[in-house]
Design a protein. Structure first.
Lengths: 354, 309
């Protein structure tokens, strides 16, 4: 498959093949009856990047992934893989492979047979198949389970086998549908690091679907934030976190204080929505001197939550707006008490108008 | 039990719901049995075991014994004796051998036909059909079980009759139906026993997660490759469970053979024609399908498919 894909692509776009996106969605829409799961979507995913589709459940991110894989055909628009139109191609014609949410390992085949499955369909010689299966199991550090059945493995092991089964075919693009969703927190964090390392090693474009914003920020080169069948913003993790384009992006990625109206007017000179991250604010005594280049409001501390590494304050300003403040616990902690009037202060550059 | 030791004094504990005195005969029996688990199991199984032991196993044993007896060739009267003559005759006479092999062949053909029809139907019902369509088809499949056996066989007799519906249907294509014979018998038996194959195959299909089919397509399998490498292996236990019914029921049938089989003789028809003439020979021949089914079950067990039952 990769050979034919390149040879077909070359005559058309020989020079621009470097800049041809791995995946290109053009005005892609998908409806299920009256429900419009995906609405007129445009998206380019670059070759070799770790790209996440982030959004709450029902936002259309999984439908987009399934359309790239070919499990669903779009109602409208066009999908290109490496410059080739695959809009209506069957899954077995596309040079992409998928890691499924609940792994979808074949229960009647051993681990080695599962990994070998795609190679066998490509009619590779037996010795070649055995070598590549062994390599793939080595890569995920599970060569010892080759002869076991999937039912005899733990969740984390199954997850890695699913990864090996897809990667052994060396696709142009690997699609991952919430692959870490079923794992416990500790294992999930460990797998995140491993996934990132594997992606760097194999250099394949990864498209990763998740509803976990922290996971998306940790892993991705770029993230597309989905909201009700549309993409609100595409950008690097820091772009999205520090410069959210919409109210939805600001509130979906981490905690934020959304300030509008009179207080926004006071801070930025415009009543437009301002996003202010809790960790940028510090709590200071009223009588202290305000640093230059900072914005400040006076507020009453209503609630204090100690979380270990940080302390979170819920404070209400004189305008009646509730602000959340998150401070690192350490020497500089303000240690304000509940009910006291304090000054909340932050560098003015963090007043980000959405 | 402890509640019984406290006197039924309602005034002492008005709020507590103390058990009332229970000393009826039923209570006593229950109490007696409660502490004797073996007696309870005996009571539970006594009737079914009597039924199975005396009526079922007993009659089979009688059949087996009869197979060693002989008959007076003039009066057809059964003479209790011990002889292997009946078995020698069955095993050496080419006519009996051919009949036994033909019957096994018919039973296998019926089974294959049922399996071949159940696979696409099960796929459609489990993975494609709407819930409403699924219910309609489920009723449709089990419909043959609701009508009387004789009615169904008779309707197939009419279908296959010379100049009957099938001939009429095939006439525009310049063909005629097969008429009464082996082909008609296989078709009729496949119709009769199809539900026993279709129902387990359909329910097994429903248990296969959809994403296994997505996964195989994703890894490069076209539709038939997916059916061959994913669906059929996962449905194997269902096929084997269904085949036990289609195979053994076909092996034992003789009414369908009489109605639509034409000149085709099967084990059942041979037994039926000997049942008054030479009961010991009929009994000996009757043991053949039992042995074949036992062998079939043994082979089925070896595949591991029966563990799921």
């Amino acid at each position: 498959m990769p050979a034919t894909a390149t040879s077909l692509k070359l005559p058309v776009q020989a020079e621009s093949s470097r800049t041809t996106p791995a995946i290109s969605l053009q005005q892609v829409g998908k409806s299920f009856g009256d429900f419009h799961a995906v609405k007129g979507l445009d998206l380019d995913i670059r070759t070799g990047e770790f790209f996440s589709l982030l959004g709450p459940s029902g936002s259309g991110k999984t439908t987009v992934l399934r359309m790239i894989a070919g499990f669903e055909l779009p109602t409208s628009g066009r999908i290109e893989l490496g410059g080739l139109d695959v809009t209506n191609a069957a899954p077995f014609e596309r040079d992409v492979n998928t890691v499924f949410q609940d792994y979808a390992l074949f229960p009647h085949l051993t681990v080695a047979q599962n990994v070998e499955y795609g190679l066998k369909l490509r009619k590779l010689p037996k010795a070649e198949r055995a070598r590549r299966v062994a390599e793939a199991l080595e890569m995920i550090q599970l060569p010892q389970v080759a002869r076991r059945l999937p039912s005899q493995l733990s969740g984390g092991q199954r997850q890695r086998i699913a990864l090996a089964r897809a990667l052994v075919l060396r696709p142009q693009v690997l699609l991952l549908d919430e692959p870490l969703g079923a794992l416990d927190k500790q294992l999930r964090e460990q797998m995140q690091i491993e996934l990132k390392a594997i992606q760097r090693d194999v250099g394949i474009t990864f498209v990763f679907v998740t509803h976990d914003q922290e996971e998306a920020l940790t892993l991705s080169d770029r993230v597309a934030v989905f909201n009700e069948g549309k993409i609100d913003q595409v950008g690097s993790p820091s772009d999205l976190y520090e410069r959210p384009a919409t109210r939805f992006v600001a509130s979906f990625l981490g905690n934020t204080n959304l300030i509008e109206g009179a207080l926004a007017q006071e801070l930025t000179g415009s009543p437009a929505l301002v996003s202010l991250r809790p960790e940028h604010i510090v709590v200071r005594p009223l009588e202290s001197v305000q640093d230059s280049g900072t914005s400040a409001v006076t507020a009453v501390i209503e609630e204090i939550v100690y979380t270990g590494p940080t302390t979170r304050y819920m404070a209400r300003t004189d305008h009646g707006t509730q602000l959340i403040v998150q401070e690192q616990n350490g020497a500089s902690s303000a240690a304000a008490a509940r009910g006291t009037r304090v000054r909340l202060e932050w560098p003015s550059r963090y007043n980000y108008t959405v | 039990m402890t509640a019984l030791q406290t006197p039924p004094d309602t005034a002492a504990a008005p709020t507590r719901s103390t058990a009332p005195a229970r000393n009826s005969l039923g209570d006593k029996i229950s109490r007696y049995l409660y502490i004797r688990p073996k007696m309870r199991v005996t009571g539970l199984l006594l009737l079914p075991m009597l039924w199975l032991g005396v009526l079922y196993i007993g009659s089979l044993a009688l059949l087996f014994i009869t197979a060693f007896w002989t008959t007076d060739s003039f009066t057809s009267k059964v003479i209790p004796a011990f002889t292997l003559e009946n078995f020698t005759e069955i095993l050496t006479q080419p006519a009996y051998q051919a009949t036994a092999l033909r019957t096994i062949g018919i039973a296998l053909s019926v089974t294959m036909l049922c399996a071949a029809l159940a696979l696409p139907l099960g796929l459609y019902m489990a993975k494609v059909a709407s819930p409403k369509m699924r219910a309609v088809l489920a009723i449709g499949i089990t419909l043959p079980l609701w009508a009387g056996y004789l009615v169904k066989v008779f309707s197939w007799r009419i279908t296959f009759s010379t100049g009957g519906p099938l001939d009429w249907l095939l006439a525009p294509f310049g063909a005629t139906g097969p008429g009464y014979g082996t082909a008609a018998l296989v078709a009729t038996l496949a119709y009769l026993w199809f539900p026993y194959m279709a129902v387990p195959v359909y329910s097994a299909f429903r248990q296969i997660p959809d994403n296994l089919f997505d996964a195989s397509a994703d890894l490069g399998a076209k539709s038939w490759a997916t059916v061959r490498t994913v669906a059929i292996p996962l449905l194997k236990p269902a096929f084997i469970a269904g085949s036990i019914f289609t195979f053994s029921l076909s092996l034992g049938d003789y009414i369908a053979a009489q109605f639509v089989g034409g000149k085709t003789q099967v084990i059942g028809t041979v037994i039926a024609s000997n049942i008054n003439l030479n009961p010991p020979l009929a009994a000996a021949f009757g043991i053949v399908p039992i042995i074949v089914v036992v062998i079939y079950l043994f082979l089925a067990r070896k595949t591991g498919a029966l563990k799921a039952l």
